[in-house]
Write a protein that binds this ligand. Structure first.
Ligand code: TRP
Ligand code: ZN
Length: 867
């Protein structure tokens, strides 16, 4: 049974590493690894401590200390590592092991993907390669030598710069790489195989020429141009926005098909899930293009926020992930529409992170304990972590934030540090008290911000009463108040903004300002307010909180039209739609007309951009609606939401058709064209709900005529959810066209798994026998089983429990060889307490069934915490 690891138990490493030398003899099922590591007692730790090396799933061949072979009397080996007592102050340890990459289906450590060798060492995979202190605060320069069959593996790569290479007898060859930057084991990478590359150059602002290479199997070499262009944009952006230049002479990206996550920032040798590299207009949607650019940026930005400055321990994961997500969000916002990017990030946060924070796995962005660290690569650590970084940016302004970043790098370059060090750099660079910020790192749960307004006509004052609270979460029930920046404006009935004059301040600020909420209860008085205003609160989503203000449907419709903050126009639209859905669930149809009227305005508003229109027209998802209910009935939610979509489509048909026709003439891939396509396809998704012949023919025509994947996929997805003859035609045509493009086929699996039509579960089961499906490939599992479990609430939550039983069975099968993927999937069952009693009991029974089986620590942690 896995032990719980606690932050409070952190201890300095007893031994530090001066150099690492690794020698790989690559063979598919018997790879030899010899590591020669120079250790030195950590002067900051106690003398005489034994040496602990992490290691698992390896065959140990020999151990030598300063050239002297050790016997089993000198060291002890267990399932999780090796201990050597009585080591000198300074010594070299040489360990030979044998590993089996071919048999490694966990995709952690050294494994094979598509016949090539690759590695994934974050968080604790390096210990599957050799015995080593596999913890991020042990950093060292690595030299790596590898030998392999030359015909099968013409390309041999590792971190840093190539030093030498040569030929050997028996058709083998070798290469040696050296990474001069000290790094923890989790940033080590090795790739060997039959790969081609595209090459480009980047000239840094500090005057150096960098070679850029993207490696892939030959048949995808033509699909790497967008990733390469994205990389160059990211490198330039980091120089301009943060003054950060690349530091090696070579930067490599490798695309692999079998990968547990999106991508990995190994020093100088990023490894990517191929779905986040390959793009052509025919195979990738506009959203894919943006996602590729964002992830290429994300991994590149880790070179400074993660690699040059790394984490002291895994509790500090958000130090690198929250900060790097914030940086990639800003990268996308600077290059595309800032408003749209903000809406999309907040939508993700509110749907997934708020739900996580309200469930059994709730944890602070810096957890205090974990059983399996892989389970903490969460929306909380990543997205809420990014929101907390954004709080500094809001509090300090962009110059103040930059001063904090500069100081952070000046102090900590080459170090493994903690979130407190980041906070201290922000504080010291700006000479400001930020002590209260620490609570965002220590307390889980989504704070609730209740705002009430009192208007005094006599005094022309407007008083805002603000109170905050935070629900109990597993780690604590008593919460201290958070520091919450509350950005707001006040709107008069004619839609004009009030200049904001806070009582006691001399001059009025503009029409938008940020109040600092620090206490459980606070009051803010604005003077000179001539008429009763409507407050526009939490503009730009200035803090990751849930806002409670008694807006009426008319208030929301008003804000949708008049708010100068485009984020809040969208937030009002979401609130109005959510209110309408909740009323419908209670049998009240009265606010539907207000919603439809407001959406009519959105459609015809000449002052609103296409992308913002599209965002406003998208209703909250079924999962979002369920999350807002106390005992959700997913079947009823689906039915009522679909009916609402039909009613909206029927009421706005002519406007939507007109807009659809007008936008259909758009071509090209500018931001404008992408935004137009987005709106066009939202209209299409409504029109198909009408379910009549004309609508289905329109969608099918788009499917057939599309010259880009955005349009083709939008039409396919719309038809996949519609019981019409065009559905089968489109699915068959898509399959015939794309059966040799694995990443495109994931879209085909996905739309079918997301279909709410009857028979979907049986269909998903039969698709598991499709020649393109492969349970060992995480992309396939996510596309088919993951989509079914996470993005098809009405079928997953079938009243007979069949969806739960299927997912539980798949979790058990997957867990036997890939615990990371299984442990993501089992989360679909986690929030059983929020569902209506009959289904809730069925979900719990499946969790219990899983719990009774033999499990990986990964799945065990989720299941035991859920029960
Ligand atoms: N550090 C990676 C990122 O920023 C995350 C990651 C990639 C990862 N592969 C992983 C985490 C495997 C755990 C296990 O996106
Ligand atoms: Zn990351």
């Amino acid at each position: 049974m896995q032990q719980t690891v606690y932050l409070k138990d952190y201890q300095l490493p007893a031994y530090l590493v001066d150099t690492v030398y690794l020698d790989f003899s690559l063979q598919p099922s018997a790879t030899g690894v010899v590591s020669s590591v120079r250790y030195r007692r950590n002067p900051a730790a106690a003398a005489g401590e034994s040496l602990w090396l992490d290691g698992q799933d390896m065959e140990l061949l020999s151990v030598a200390l300063d050239g002297q072979e050790l016997t089993t009397d000198d060291y002890s080996v267990s399932e999780s590592g090796m201990r050597i007592e009585n080591v000198p102050e300074c010594f070299e340890l040489t360990i030979a092991t044998r590993i089996n990459p071919e048999a490694n289906k966990s995709l952690e450590g050294l494994y094979r993907s598509g016949g090539n060798y690759c590695t994934q060492c974050e968080a604790e995979g390096f210990r599957k390669i050799t015995y080593y202190p596999d913890r991020p605060d042990v950093m060292a320069p690595f030299t790596v030598r590898m030998t392999a069959d030359k015909a099968e593996n013409p390309v041999l790569l590792s971190n840093g710069n190539p030093v030498a290479q040569g030929e050997l007898d028996g058709g083998r060859h070798w290469a040696e790489w050296r990474d001069p930057f000290a790094k923890p084991g989790y940033l080590f990478a090795l790739v060997a195989g039959d790969l081609q590359c595209v090459e480009d150059q980047f000239h840094t602002s500090d005057g150096r020429d960098i070679t850029l290479r993207i490696y892939t199997e030959a048949h995808h070499i033509d699909h790497c141009a967008h990733a390469m262009a994205s990389l160059k944009r990211a490198m330039r952006w980091d120089e301009q926005r943060f003054g950060l230049c690349y530091d090696l002479d070579l930067f490599m990206v490798v695309a692999v098909d079998d990968f547990n996550m999106g991508a990995m920032e190994n020093k100088g040798l990023n490894i990517f899930n191929s779905r986040l590299v390959f793009a052509s207009p025919e195979t990738a949607t506009d959203d894919d293009y943006i996602a590729i650019e964002a992830v290429i940026g994300h991994e590149y930005f880790h070179n400074w926020t993660g690699n040059r400055v790394t984490c002291r321990d895994w509790f500090q994961l958000s130090l690198k992930e929250g900060l790097t997500v914030f940086r990639d969000q800003e990268f996308t916002a600077d290059l595309h529409s800032r408003a749209v990017k903000r809406i999309e990030d907040v939508r993700l946060l509110r749907s997934h992170q708020f739900a996580e924070d309200a469930g059994p796995m709730a944890h602070p962005i810096r957890p205090a304990s974990y059983m399996e660290i892989n389970n903490f690569y969460t929306v909380t650590v990543y997205e809420k972590g990014a929101e907390v970084v954004r709080l500094y940016h809001t509090l300090l302004g962009s110059d103040g934030f930059r001063r904090g970043m500069d100081l952070y790098f000046r102090r900590h370059d080459g170090q493994a540090v903690s979130t407190e060090d980041f906070l201290a750099a922000m504080r010291d660079a700006n000479d400001i008290d930020l002590a209260q910020m620490q609570r965002w790192y220590d307390q889980a749960g989504t704070p609730k911000l209740v705002v009430r307004m009192a208007y005094d006509e006599q005094d022309a004052t407007c008083t805002l009463h603000v109170s905050q609270s935070c629900p109990a979460t597993p780690e604590s029930s008593e919460k201290q108040p958070f520091l919450i920046p509350l950005t707001l404006g006040l709107l008069l009935p004619d839609g004009k903004a009030v200049p904001l004059q806070l009582a006691g301040e001399e001059v009025a600020s503009g029409s938008s300002r940020t109040l600092l909420v620090r206490e459980a209860e606070q009051e803010f008085v604005f003077t000179g307010v001539r008429e009763q205003p409507l407050p526009s609160l939490l503009r730009g989503f200035s803090a990751p909180v849930e806002l409670d203000y008694p807006y009426t449907a008319t208030d929301d419709a008003f804000l949708m039209r008049h708010d100068e903050d485009s984020f809040n126009r969208w937030a009002a639209a979401q609130r109005l739609a959510m209110r309408t859905m909740q009323a419908l669930l209670a049998g009240d149809t009265s606010s539907e007309v207000v919603l439809i009227d407001a959406l009519h305005h959105v459609l015809t508003d000449a002052g609103l951009g296409a992308a913002l229109k599209a965002e406003a027209l998208l209703l909250p998802s079924e999962a979002d609606i369920a999350e807002a209910c106390s005992a959700a009935d997913p079947g009823l939610i689906h039915q009522l939401r679909e009916q609402l979509r039909v009613n909206i489509a029927a009421a706005l048909r002519s406007e939507m058709e007109a807009l659809y026709r007008q936008l259909s003439t758009v071509t090209g891939f500018s931001d404008e064209a992408m935004q137009a396509r987005k709106l066009k396809n939202v209209c299409l998704s409504y029109l198909v709900r009408l379910g009549d012949k004309a609508a289905c023919a329109l969608v099918y025509a788009q499917f057939e005529q599309a010259d880009n994947m955005t349009d083709q996929y939008a039409a396919l997805a719309a038809l996949a959810d519609c019981d019409c003859p065009e559905r089968e035609l489109a699915l068959a045509a898509f399959e015939a066209q794309w059966r040799h493009e694995a990443n495109v086929m994931d879209k085909w699996f996905g739309v079918q798994a997301a279909s709410s039509l009857p028979g979907t579960l049986e269909h998903v089961q039969s698709l598991m026998a499709h020649p393109c499906f492969d349970a060992r490939n995480p992309n396939k599992v996510r596309a088919l089983i993951g989509t079914f479990a996470m993005r098809n609430p009405s079928v997953f939550h079938a009243a007979d429990g069949s969806g739960y039983a299927f997912v539980a069975e798949q979790v058990l099968l997957l867990d036997a060889f890939n615990p990371q993927v299984a442990s993501r999937m089992v989360r679909a069952l986690m929030n059983w307490k929020r569902i209506e009693p009959a289904r809730s009991a069925l979900m719990r029974a499946q969790l219990q069934r899983i719990n009774d089986a033999e499990l990986s620590p990964d799945v065990r942690e989720i299941v035991s915490k859920s029960l």
